[in-house]
Unconditional design. Structure first.
Length: 500
């Protein structure tokens, strides 16, 4: 009998009532191991109603109470990190060490939320006029929602809800239907940590569930991470419904390698950043721009390293890279490599025929490396989201920078150089939200915010850090005058208020 992943509403499991289910596969075998219940609009309404009811008390709870729960949750999440990583590997396919790293990065944001008291401090100006004080405070929004992708089923939700609930909001999560189990296990741990029923809810599903969250009048804000077309749709729809929105889209992250760079370090970084997690990262390096005469040597160093990567099931401790999430996605990624030569690319490595003995039905693809890629090639223009690295050539720093800035995406980027002046120019001149200097994947630590520019971000706020606190709260300014006991009545004055 197939296992069923159900919803989590009001602090307990809620069995799916719509009659619609989606398959969850083990990417290493291709076998359907689980079914996930898809929520109807009514089931989404039930989750929002539970969150709205919980907000009546949670929104008025003390900071001490909220952070106490989060400290308990952090301890439980830490204790169960291996278990959650195993769920991720079973449904996403990434190797266990990578899944453990995902949980660790999510824990950073829980740490931040545990110390949210500092971010929520207000401001006070005294005696702005005679006996008049002005204070600024931040208050929660109410019910907020998160819609998260398959590539980080634990980390991306952990980027959102700890800060949201620490600020006093209640939360409805719609995780990816491709790997839903980690979200439900996290919900169970939150309840075990003492989070009141209804503060955190999980509903699974497809566009029906998503659209209901976007339009629901009791949902005050929506956070999203996914592809650019869906991010644009989320931003447009949520804005039209008068809600706050932060929608992070796709990427085509470039790594600029200058002639003075340490090429061994650059090659190590390119391989790690391009092929880690099978390239299914929005911060993956998918385009290397080699400047000057270093291109041939750099490509050879990348090829040597890439050919040694051990690909296999995520449960095998010797595996360095696992399969892709679904067969359909595997076939789409392979199509970019198959069409690369016709687009003018030099195919250095073609991983499309790769299989694993004993797991022939898994969603396998090997390492692909394309050199001398023209900017017109489909493999360069699109976000592939797989283990395919494009190498482009530029004669000068200025040409390489212009190439990067011409991309419609602006998520992350990196420069490899020993020249501090060039690095400084790059970090100021490149059009991207996150920049690495000799760091290939510049994901910020928890107390700085994550987000891109251009078609990689829709909305004004980045995720977590100070931006996260501001997104999940709204400001209020209070002007106060208390009469002195010695004051005589001032009388009525219909003139413009005076400050002096």
């Amino acid at each position: 009998m197939t296992n069923i992943v159900n919803h989590w509403i009001g602090g307990k499991t809620a069995e799916g009532a719509s009659g619609t289910y989606g398959p969850v596969t083990d990417p290493a075998t291709g076998a359907v191991t689980t079914e996930v219940a898809f929520a109807s609009a009514d089931e989404v309404d039930a989750a929002v109603a539970a969150a709205k009811e919980a907000y009546l008390t949670w929104g008025q709870s003390s900071l001490a109470q909220r952070t106490s729960v989060l400290f308990s949750f952090r301890a439980l999440l830490d204790a169960h990190r291996d278990e959650i990583a195993a769920l991720i590997t079973a449904e996403h396919g990434k190797v266990h060490s990578d899944a453990l790293g995902e949980v660790a990065r999510g824990l950073e944001i829980v740490d931040l939320a545990c110390g949210i008291t500092v971010q929520l401090k207000g401001e006070l100006s005294t005696q702005v006029a005679t006996r008049v004080d002005v204070s600024s405070i931040r208050q929660p929004l109410g019910v907020v929602a998160g819609i998260t992708p398959f590539n980080f089923p634990a980390m991306v939700p952990l980027w959102m809800f700890p800060i949201a609930i620490a600020c006093g909001n209640t939360f409805v999560l719609k995780p990816s239907e491709k790997d839903p189990s980690a979200a439900v296990r996290i919900a169970e741990l939150l309840t075990e940590a003492g989070l009141p029923d209804g503060v955190f809810n999980v509903v699974h599903g497809d566009k029906v569930a998503v659209d209901r969250l976007l339009e629901h009048p009791d949902v005050k804000a929506v956070s999203f991470v996914g592809s650019t077309p869906i991010a644009r749709y989320i931003h447009t729809t949520v804005s039209a419904n008068g809600k706050r929105v932060q929608a992070l889209g796709g990427a085509k992250n470039h790594m600029l390698v200058l002639p003075d760079a340490d090429l061994d370090a650059a090659a190590d970084a390119a391989v790690s950043a391009a092929y880690g997690s099978a390239g299914e990262r929005c911060m993956a390096i998918s385009a290397v721009v080699a400047v000057g005469a270093v291109g041939d040597e750099l490509v050879e160093k990348i090829r040597e390293r890439a050919e040694k990567i051990k690909i296999g099931p995520g449960t095998d401790p010797s595996s360095e890279m696992g399969p892709l999430i679904t067969k359909a996605h595997r076939d789409k990624v392979a199509s970019y490599v198959a069409g690369a030569a016709a687009d003018g690319c030099e195919v250095v490595l073609d991983g499309t025929g790769y299989t694993v003995d004993g797991h022939e039905d898994g969603h396998w693809i090997g390492i692909s490396l394309l050199d001398r890629v023209p900017t017109t090639a489909k493999a360069y223009r699109d976000e592939i989201f797989g283990p395919v690295l494009c190498v482009l050539r530029a004669d000068t720093y200025e040409e390489g920078l212009a190439l990067i800035n011409a991309s419609p995406f602006g998520n992350g980027t990196a420069i490899f150089t020993r020249d501090g002046g060039a690095a400084r120019r790059f970090q100021l001149e490149v059009e991207a939200g996150m920049v690495g200097v000799n760091v290939p994947i510049p994901v910020p630590v928890g107390y700085h915010s994550f987000g891109g520019w251009k078609d990689s971000l829709f909305g004004d706020h980045h995720v977590y850090g100070n931006d996260g606190t501001h997104f999940y709260t709204r400001g209020k300014v209070v002007t106060t005058r208390w009469p002195d006991p010695a004051d005589a009545p001032a009388g009525v004055d219909l003139g413009f208020p005076r400050n002096h």
